[in-house]
Design a protein around this ligand. Sequence first.
Ligand code: NAI
Ligand code: MG
Length: 321
Amino acid sequence: MTKIAVVEGDGIGREVVPIARAVIEAVRPDLEFFEVEAGYGLWKRTGNACGEETMADLRSADAVLFGAVTTPPDPGYRSVLLQIRRELDLYANVRPIRGEGVDIVIVRENTEGLYSGIEWMESDRACTVRVVSRRGSERIARYACALAKSRRHLTVGNKANVLKSDCLFVEVCTAEAARAGVPCRTCYIDALALDLLMHPDRYDVVVTTNIFGDILSDAAAYLVGGLGMLPSANIGERHALFEPVHGSAPDIAGRNIANPVAAIRSGAMLLSHLGDAAAAAAVEEAVRRVLGAGIQTRDLGGVAGTREFGAAVLREVGRGK
Ligand code: NAI
Ligand code: MG
C-alpha cells in the first residue's frame, strides 16, 4: 500500500494540510496516511523539532505532504525543513507558477548554495559558506533540462558576474542544456527578478541556486494572486515531499482565513508524482472551478473561510467522479 506521511507543522500548516489531505483522500481513498509531528510547536513541548524518529517515519513514506514550520530567528535553532531536505536529499525544489497568461516553473537547487548549513559565529562577524558543487549543479541541471525538453526553454538565473560559485553553476547548466538540446539563456538574477514580473511570457523553466530560487518564487507569486496560491515539490532520488511555498504565517494563523489552494495544489503534485495524472488533474480542475465560481479566501479579495473553501473543493471533486 502506498504510504503518505502528513506533517501539518505549525501555524496555518495545521489549517491547510487537513484540507489538502481530505481532497487527496477523496480522489484516492486507497492511499494510507499517517501523521508525523515536526516543527517549532513540537520543539517547545519536547526540546526537539525533528528527531531521528520523525526522520525514520518520513523515510518510510512513499511521499510526504508537508504544511509549514515556524523557524524562530535564533542562531541556536536549526531549520527543520532544511534538515529534512538535506537528510532526504531532496535536491530539486520544483515551483510551478500558473495563472492567466503565466506558465513558469522555477527549479531551485535545494541542498546546497547558501543554505548548505556551513556557518559559524566569530566575535564580530558571522559567516555562511555558499557551496556550489559540480555534482550538485549537474543533477539539478539534468532535472531542469529534462523538464524544459518537454516544455519550451530554459533560463539559468545566476550572479556569475560577482560570485565564482555561480560561474561553475552556469557552466554546468549551459553544458547540460546543450547536451540535451534545450534552448538556453543565462540571466543575472536581479535583472531576472524584475523582468519575470514585467514579462512572464518570456520565461518557461528557470533553474537557479538555493536562495535565489527561494526569493524569486515568493516574488513570482505576485503574478498569480500571492503566496496562498503556489505549490511546490521537493524531489530526490528516493524521497519526495510536497508543500505550499508559503510559511506558517503566524500573523493569520488560527483564524480560518488562510488560503488552502497552495496546499491543495501541492497535493495534486503529490498525486502526479505517484503516477496518477488523472487524479492530479481532477484536483486542479476542482480548484479552478471553485475559484472561477467566485469562492475565494480573503487574500484573493473573497470572503470564504479556509474550511468553507476546502468544503467547496471537496464538493467539486465529488461531482467530478
Ligand atoms: P509566510 O509565507 O508564512 O507569510 C508571508 C505573508 O504571506 C504573511 O503576511 C502571510 O499572512 C501571507 N500568507 C502566507 N501564506 C498564506 C496563505 N496560505 N493564505 C493567505 N496569506 C498567506 O512567511 P513569513 O511570514 O516570512 O514566515 C513566517 C514563518 O514561517 C517563519 O517562522 C518562517 O521561518 C516560516 N517559513 C516556513 C516555511 C516552510 O515551512 N516551508 C517557508 C517560509 C517561511
Ligand atoms: Mg521561502
